[in-house]
Design a protein around this ligand. Structure first.
Ligand SMILES: [Mn+2]
Length: 468
């Protein structure tokens, strides 16, 4: 299904901005120079396995647009400058390091253009409408908010709908955003400063999507430099009391109205359905837009079908599970929330030392804090995680259903899982079971009998070499 994996670029020093990252990784970036209409952008992005950069969007001549920076391991690994094989162990280890913090600087490239007051109009940014069923454009950028008690910067990607030049609705789905909003409200504040950050190196966004116990010790932004092994420079905003990445492409500053919520319809869930069906959202008032002078790059995250929208929030989950399952004493080769698993399924690639350990590993994944591990599948190192058919073959041939499947009823369901039962009085929460499937090759049940059969010369003799 994926393009052939290109050889990794190895660099000690990562690029500090997105345009540098795109240049360094030009060998895996598809650049579209032909004129493209905004209505054509979503379907074009969705067909790309590689990072894709649009140079010529008809309606927005001053901007570029990019997407699909982290769809596959072979592109994800470029965010840390390591090989595909080293990506997850590297991220997992760096997440166990102390936060590096941020470096404050006076100014940076994101300040080359500053628009405030009547010049503010975020409807002039190249924001796509993602699906046929949605009537509004949808912003997917990373945002920064500050915990008013600790001062730590929490980050996530709250889907945001621009409804007017200086207004829009923000859909916060992460619990930390809600906790921080409640802190502002408890302090009697009517507004909360928020900054939307477009176009940063992909490691920023990987870290921004971290989910775990951290809010009392550090914010996601403090760890960006930790996972990139370099300093991260921040500049002060023009109109709000926040700092933002100095080397971003575009920053939108605003204040969130904490006094009321507005009814809004649905948008696209990572499960690739329109869920939840209805939303009550707070309004943001845009106070400034700052950006690069030379064709700033708008970062989009197309919501469907299998895109960065499914991958990005799961990469730190994979690293955390890598650490937790390693703690059991299992040799972990990889952990993957495959895009085709709709953010509800995880595959664990482990060695099989003895009976008992894989079930503990499956239970560790099933009991993860997040609601993305409804179906957990353990496979052996010879199963290709990039190939759904290979995983399916392992499930069909290496599983005795009576012995190798664990089912737990009535656990926390994802609000994005249509198979989960809505919990009366707790909208949008849902209840659902979990399943763990041990599809590893089990040495004690036959050893070499699990060795796959392949044609003579397989992997060495290539059809391409014999075509005219
Ligand atoms: Mn957080």
């Amino acid at each position: 299904m994926a393009d052939a994996a290109p050889a990794p670029v190895r660099k000690n020093q990562l690029d500090k901005d997105l345009r540098g990252w795109l240049a360094t990784n030009a060998d895996i970036v598809t650049v579209i120079r032909k004129p493209v209409g905004m209505a054509e952008v979503p379907a074009l992005i969705a067909q790309s396995h590689k990072p894709i950069l649009f140079e010529n969007i008809k309606e927005y001549p001053g901007f570029r647009l990019c997407d699909m920076l982290v769809r596959h391991r072979w592109s994800q690994c470029r965010s840390l400058g390591v090989s595909a094989k080293d990506f997850l162990p590297t991220l997992a280890q760096r997440l166990r390091k102390p936060p590096r913090g941020l470096v404050d600087v006076k100014t940076g490239p994101v300040k080359e253009v500053i628009r405030t007051g009547r010049d503010v109009d975020w409807t002039r940014l190249p924001v796509p409408t993602h699906t046929d069923r949605e009537s509004d454009p949808y912003i997917t950028a990373m945002n920064i908010i500050r915990d008013p008690e600790t001062g730590f910067y929490n980050s996530c990607h709250a889907g945001t709908t621009p409804l007017a030049p200086d207004r829009g609705l923000v859909s916060f789905v992460t619990s930390h955003s809600h906790q921080i909003i409640r802190k502002y409200q408890a302090m009697g504040k009517k507004e909360m400063p928020i900054a939307f950050v477009f176009g940063v190196p992909p490691a920023y966004e990987i870290m921004a999507n971290f989910s775990g116990l951290h809010l009392d010790l550090w914010g996601e932004m403090d760890m960006v430099g930790t996972i990139m092994d370099m300093d991260v420079e921040m500049v002060p905003c023009e109109t709000i009391d926040l700092t933002v990445p100095a080397h971003a492409e575009i920053v939108v500053e605003g204040v969130l109205d904490l006094t009321k919520l507005h009814s809004y319809g649905t948008s696209v869930a990572p499960s690739m359905y329109f869920m939840p069906e209805k939303q009550q959202l707070p309004e943001v008032r845009v106070t400034a837009i700052t950006m690069r002078a030379d064709r700033p790059i708008y970062r989009n995250h197309l919501t469907v079908p299998d895109t960065d929208h499914q991958v990005l929030p799961r990469l730190c989950h994979e690293a955390v599970l890598f650490n937790r399952v390693s703690e059991i004493g299992l040799r972990v080769h990889d952990v993957r929330f495959p895009t085709w698993g709709a953010a509800l399924s995880v595959i664990l690639q482990v060695e099989y030392p003895r009976p008992g350990m894989v079930n503990d590993a499956l239970m560790t994944c099933m009991g993860a804090p997040w609601l993305n591990t409804k179906m957990c599948v353990a496979v052996s190192p010879d199963t290709n995680l990039d190939d759904a058919a290979d995983v399916y073959h392992a499930m069909a041939t290496r599983v005795d259903p009576a012995r190798d499947i664990v089912i737990v009823p009535a656990t926390r369901g994802s609000i994005f899982d249509p198979a989960a039962e809505p919990l009366e009085g707790h909208y949008p929460h849902r209840l659902v079971g979990k399943i763990g499937i041990d599809a590893t090759a089990k040495a004690h049940r036959g050893g070499a009998i699990f060795d796959r059969a392949w044609p003579k010369g397989w992997g060495k003799v290539k059809l391409d070499d014999f075509l005219d």
